[in-house]
Design a protein around this ligand. Structure first.
Ligand SMILES: Nc1ncnc2c1ncn2[C@@H]1O[C@H](COP(=O)(O)OP(=O)(O)O)[C@@H](O)[C@H]1O
Ligand SMILES: [Mg+2]
Length: 421
């Protein structure tokens, strides 16, 4: 079988790694991939192309299955295009992708279908936003409506912070789009958790839950990042919470999709805040999470490609996924300065030693491989170090020993992944 994986992060490396592990005979291509992925798959080009170009590449190579890692191609309708051309693709259609590409669409959808989420109001100008904020209590949450690569949300502590963020959106147009919509919502208190399912709109099969660490520094302080680490399963995920999530969130979401005539086939990711009043949905993502995928797939014992094919063929009701009971931990090594400005092109040393001495797997994100075989940094999040172990403590020890061995100038990482809820 020939598989094409779109994307270039740790998430895509984990997907490629899992496919090779499940079936070494498959030929896996990545577009564009990264330094680490190039060791497990054939990387095609160093630029991400528009959906038409990807479809041409997929037909030219006789690809049997294309798997979309990131949200942008999905929101551009790559799935609709592939379906029209009779090419097999894993990921939801453009309409379904709006659950992620428009915060307002997602909030209105949740409201319409009775799915617990923070109260909100939508505005279209800075004046409107300020007048809404004057009547609300701080902290409150400001969300830019469109895709913003993780930079579109601010938990504002006071009016000054809120105005600064609104000014960036409205006056400086940092997201570079015509879209003027912003959602202002209540700030929820609790523990965050990610819950992902495979769905074909009719039914769903859950994955094991994960908790990611978004803030850059230990103790959950500093600015938000794409994710500095993750572990699975988090203790906040009790059987009661699981039941609550399935009955009050997942089932109503699928019913809503059916009512709206949205043919959703892919991964649906629920970002939760588990509060004293129960789980509330913070957001939907329409694809695998990163770094969540780096702790979820190592615990999956079933064949990933078979599950994806069942999703596409709408035969998910026949699928049961087997999971390891063990714990998994992933720590992200980031470039100096990330999530602010950082330098690229630093040599990464100790990659072989880290995997020789420790039972860990490295998922590359921002790396490139030079012709002489050396790996260099090429992004903010550089590498994810993952392991699976019966004991969370042992898993953490292994991952942190490896994190010490790998070196590049400016390297930084959180030391408290898996430490607290
Ligand atoms: N209503 C809320 N209450 C408290 N924190 C929130 C709320 N909404 C979002 N957040 C925080 O902001 C982060 C980013 O928000 P999210 O909706 O997940 O947007 P995105 O992932 O697209 O940036 C969340 O992970 C959470 O930490
Ligand atoms: Mg999020």
């Amino acid at each position: 079988m020939k598989i094409l994986v779109l994307g270039s992060g740790g998430r895509e490396h984990a997907i490629v790694w899992k496919m090779k592990k499940d079936n070494g005979r498959d030929r896996v291509f990545a577009l564009p991939g990264n330094g680490g992925i190039s060791e497990d798959a054939e990387c095609l080009t160093d630029g991400f192309s528009d959906p038409e170009e990807v479809a041409r590449i997929a037909s030219h190579l006789n690809i049997d299955l294309t798997v979309v890692g990131p949200e942008v191609p999905l929101s551009e309708g790559i799935t609709d295009l592939f379906n029209r051309k009779g090419l097999k693709i894993f990921g939801p259609c453009r309409k379904g992708s709006a659950l992620e590409s428009s915060k307002l669409f997602a909030k209105e959808f949740m409201k319409k279908y009775g799915i617990p989420t923070a109260d909100f109001i939508a505005v279209n100008s800075i004046e409107e936003a300020v007048s809404v904020l004057e009547k609300r209590e701080f902290p409150c949450v400001i969300k830019y409506d469109g895709l913003a690569a993780g930079k579109g949300v601010q938990v504002s502590e006071d009016m000054k912070q809120a105005k600064e963020f609104l000014c960036k959106i409205y006056d400086y147009n940092i997201f570079g789009s015509e879209n003027r919509t912003v959602v202002i919502e209540d700030c929820l208190k609790g523990t965050e958790m990610s819950y992902l399912v495979f769905t074909d709109t009719e039914g769903f099969v859950p994955m094991v839950p994960a908790k990611d660490y978004k803030r850059v520094f230990d103790g959950d302080i500093g600015p938000n990042t794409g994710g500095m680490g993750c572990y699975s399963p988090p203790p906040v995920f009790t059987p009661e919470i699981e039941k609550h999530i399935k009955e009050r969130v997942v089932v109503p979401t699928l019913k809503g999709l059916q009512r709206e005539n949205i043919d959703y086939r892919g991964v649906l990711y629920f970002g939760f805040m588990i509060t004293e009043q129960g789980p509330f949905v913070l957001e939907y993502n329409v694809r695998f999470g990163d770094p969540e995928t780096q702790v979820i797939l190592p615990r999956m014992e079933s064949n990933l490609t078979e599950i994806m094919e069942a999703v596409i063929e709408r035969s998910l009701n026949k699928v049961k996924i087997r999971w390891s009971d063990k714990k998994s931990v992933c720590v992200i090594l980031a470039s100096g300065g990330y999530p602010g400005e950082y330098e690229k092109g630093k040599e990464i040393k100790g990659l072989n030693e880290a995997v020789k001495n420790e039972d860990v797997t490295l998922f590359h994100a921002g790396t490139i491989k030079k012709e002489d075989g050396r790996f260099m940094t090429s992004g903010g999040r550089v590498l994810g170090i993952t392991t699976v172990d019966g004991s969370l403590t042992k898993a953490r020890e292994k991952v942190y020993r490896a994190a010490d061995i790998i070196e590049f100038e400016g390297k930084h990482y959180r030391k408290d992944i898996g430490d607290f809820q």
